[in-house]
Design a protein around this ligand. Structure first.
Ligand code: UDP
Ligand code: MG
Length: 323
């Protein structure tokens, strides 16, 4: 059953961070792709605190076509929060998430929609090839997702990003998940539902450089792990047990050599090595625990994930706008 909140056939959510150069082509190609499905669609562009001309350009497009919506943040809140904002304000029966740099071809949307009509609630786009991305990025992503898949208890589709179509039922469940630090592709996989994939070749960026710095990528990876797995904590506990056992044996040996053999082992090297080693492991474990605590802390604070500065969305009475 399609809930009443869905008044449009199709919404497309696009996060944008300094993507001025691609915006015209993006807008054009998205409209063409959506028109193949329905005329009753909306494009929701989320300006994630861009410092270039993205916002003025968005306003022009919105002026020219009322199906173009924009949400402008007060600063850069990050990709996942930008996607989430678009999702929250979308009104489509089906919602497509797509990157704004044209690495994800809008022309694939009709194929995603076809699979949706076949009854799938989530249709993700699977990258069979990735052009124009560094070996480092492909290798680290490959290892990360394959490891993550092993340590979580549900099925995670590999070689996918956030480019996908999601049915309204899934959107409603997704927006009800209250976590502050989001890993949307994982949350969607966690929700289950009937899912299917469509293969595509990921293109090079049309213009500009990646907006995912190494720091943002690491943060994202950390959120992926800590939101879906306690495995690092289990390793910490395991190491604790292991080292306690080893220490216990060493203690017995030390007592034995002092009281029975009457000879004290004088070994600065072994002492310093074991102290440094155990010190290192302890710091690592504290760090792991700290990661989980910082997640709890963020969730307890219940701060909004983003602050909207301006928007042309209808019916957003609680949103502070400039005019
Ligand atoms: N993006 C964003 N906020 C950010 C970083 C990225 O809204 O802080 C947007 C960006 O404009 C693009 C999408 O998220 O539309 C994916 O980012 P990018 O292409 O830089 O990532 P990559 O494809 O290199 O992983
Ligand atoms: Mg990209």
């Amino acid at each position: 059953m399609v809930p009443e909140t869905a008044t449009t056939d199709l919404s497309v959510v696009v996060p944008l961070y300094n993507e001025e150069k691609v915006l015209d082509e993006l807008n054009e190609r998205l409209k063409n792709a959506c028109s193949k499905i329905t005329q009753n669609f909306e494009l929701i562009f989320v300006n994630d605190g861009s410092s270039d001309g993205t916002l003025p350009k968005l306003k022009q497009h919105a002026e020219a076509d009322q199906r173009v919506r924009y949400i402008a943040f007060t600063r850069n809140f990050g990709h996942q929060n930008a996607v989430m904002a678009g999702i929250q304000y979308s009104r489509g029966k089906a919602v497509v998430l797509i990157d704004g740099d044209l690495q994800d071809p809008p022309e694939l949307i009709p194929s995603l929609y076809e699979k949706y009509l076949e009854g799938n609630k989530v249709v993700y786009a699977r990258r069979i090839q990735r052009k124009g991305e560094t070996f480092f990025k492909k290798a680290t992503a490959g290892i990360f997702y394959r490891t993550l898949k092993k340590i979580i208890s549900f099925d995670l589709p590999l070689d996918t990003g956030d480019f996908r179509l999601i049915a309204r039922e899934v959107i409603d469940q997704l927006t009800a998940m209250g976590e502050s630090n989001r890993f949307i592709r994982g949350q969607i996989a966690w929700l289950g539902f009937r899912q299917a994939g469509v293969d595509f070749e990921r293109q090079e960026r049309k213009a500009g450089d990646t907006k995912y710095t190494l720091r943002k990528m690491l943060r994202f990876a950390m959120d992926g792990i800590t939101s879906f797995s306690n495995f690092p904590l289990q390793i910490a506990t395991f190491m604790g047990f292991l080292f306690s056992l080893v220490s216990f044996i060493i203690i017995l040996y030390a007592l034995y050599s002092k009281f029975i053999l009457k000879e004290v082992v004088t070994g600065w090297t072994s002492l310093i090595i074991s102290t440094m080693f155990i010190g290192g492991i302890q710091l690592l474990c504290i760090g792991i625990i700290g990661e989980y605590i910082s997640r709890i802390s963020a969730d307890v604070k219940k701060r909004p994930s983003f602050v909207i500065d301006e928007t042309n969305l209808p019916g957003t009475g609680n949103v502070v706008t400039k005019d």
